[in-house]
Design a protein around this ligand. Structure first.
Ligand code: RAM
Length: 377
């Protein structure tokens, strides 16, 4: 009798799940972020979701399960990671996960060791998924592999594990090769065809995302169109405001003809813009890169940082949570071609990461390029 009831229950649950799946939008294009569309050059690059729809269904994860999940940023105290946590919390509530969503991270000074430690301890703390923005390059791969072996899914977001070892899937905010082009286009647009000297102010030397973006920018710079843009140096402010501020000033001292600082980090770009503003250098040295509108608006309106780009970190946290929940509950296997629903963002496909030899990714997008016209919208 009990068994019959259980069968009936499962059958009804299955039918409801199938009906829900049928009603869910199947679009391959991620919903646009709330950020406004760019209103002036350079044109935004589109980072569309994969267009080849693999056969098979779209997995809509059964809500209400009970798993503990960790959202692990590079370190605590960066605004965009708090935004990602907001998105993850939204998904956590939507999915009715009875377990805990833990937002934890190391300090900036202890980022590499701290991230490795959190991964290492995850399994014994009853955690089933760690969502990692990797700040440790491949140094974290062994800990990630050990965590996976102990039953913890490791989903990266924002910054992947370069070798993909120990990583189930990477949620790519945008296509990493596009990032290089977006930055090159902003530099060209700011400096004009006559170009000039510019330098990169990056985050940490182990940050896989920044390193990949810098590499892709260098490739783009080799094209004839960008011949007058002369990259003179790459320095690191470790995603710390004061260090980035000092590095920006040191660049100006070292390169008297410097015309632009390109910072592919929200911390670095805001610090560089503040440094140029404080020193009255904005007429001589412009700032661009990847920035948070709320932190950059005054510098964009003043003309110091005429253009910068970003994506929605809230959406990134939300999408990452949906994927990690599906994997950690065994409803997704984490294989190429698998499709899943991510609530309000629609459906996504796990695909080969074209920017890393052995990785899998889910591509979010799009980029938004901000200028004086849309930075306050
Ligand atoms: C900083 C971090 C983050 C990066 C952004 C653009 O907030 O380095 O990883 O994605 O900049």
């Amino acid at each position: 009798m009990q068994a019959t009831k259980r069968h009936l229950f499962f059958a009804v649950t299955l039918i409801i799940a199938l009906l829900l799946a049928a009603c869910t939008p199947q679009s391959q294009t991620p919903a646009p972020t709330s950020a406004p569309a760019p209103t002036s050059a350079p044109a935004p690059t589109s980072a569309p979701a994969p267009t080849t729809a693999p056969t098979g269904g779209v997995v809509s994860a059964t809500p209400g399960l009970d798993i503990n999940m960790i959202l692990l940023p590079k370190f605590l105290g960066i605004a965009v990671f708090d935004q990602a946590y907001e998105g993850a919390k939204e998904a956590h509530a939507e999915l009715g996960n009875k377990g805990n969503l833990i937002f934890t991270g190391p300090t900036a000074e202890n980022s590499v060791a701290g991230q490795i430690e959190t991964l290492t301890n995850a399994a014994t703390q009853g955690v089933k998924a760690v969502m990692l923005s990797n700040n440790a390059g491949d140094q974290i791969a062994a800990a990630a592999q050990a965590a996976q072996a102990a039953g913890v899914k490791v989903v990266t977001w924002d910054s992947p594990i370069p070798s993909a070892q120990g990583e189930s899937v990477f949620v790519a905010q945008v296509d990493f090769n596009e990032t290089g082009r977006v930055m090159a286009d902003m530099a060209l647009s700011i400096l004009g065809p006559q170009g000039g000297e510019f330098a990169i102010l990056s985050a940490s030397p182990d940050a896989a995302n920044q390193n990949a973006w810098i590499a892709s920018m260098k490739q783009v710079l080799a094209e004839p169109k960008y011949a007058n843009l002369k990259l003179v140096d790459t320095v690191y402010g470790n995603d710390q405001s004061e260090e980035s501020y000092n590095q920006a000033l040191a660049l100006v001292d070292k390169y008297p003809n410097l015309k632009l600082i390109m910072a592919p980090t929200t911390v670095g770009i805001a610090a560089a813009a503040k440094a140029m503003t404080d020193e009255g250098l904005c007429d001589k040295v412009k700032v661009s890169g990847l920035g948070l509108p709320s932190e950059m608006a005054s510098y964009t309106l003043s003309g110091c940082a005429p253009q910068f780009a970003l994506w929605s970190f809230k959406d990134l946290g939300y999408l990452t949570y949906y994927l990690a929940y599906g994997l950690a509950t065994g409803q997704l296997q984490g294989v190429e071609g698998e499709r899943f629903n991510a609530g309000r963002m629609g459906s996504y496909t796990i695909e080969k990461d074209p920017t890393r030899p052995n990785g899998l990714r889910v591509l979010m997008g799009p980029f938004t390029v901000y200028t004086a016209e849309n930075v306050n919208k």
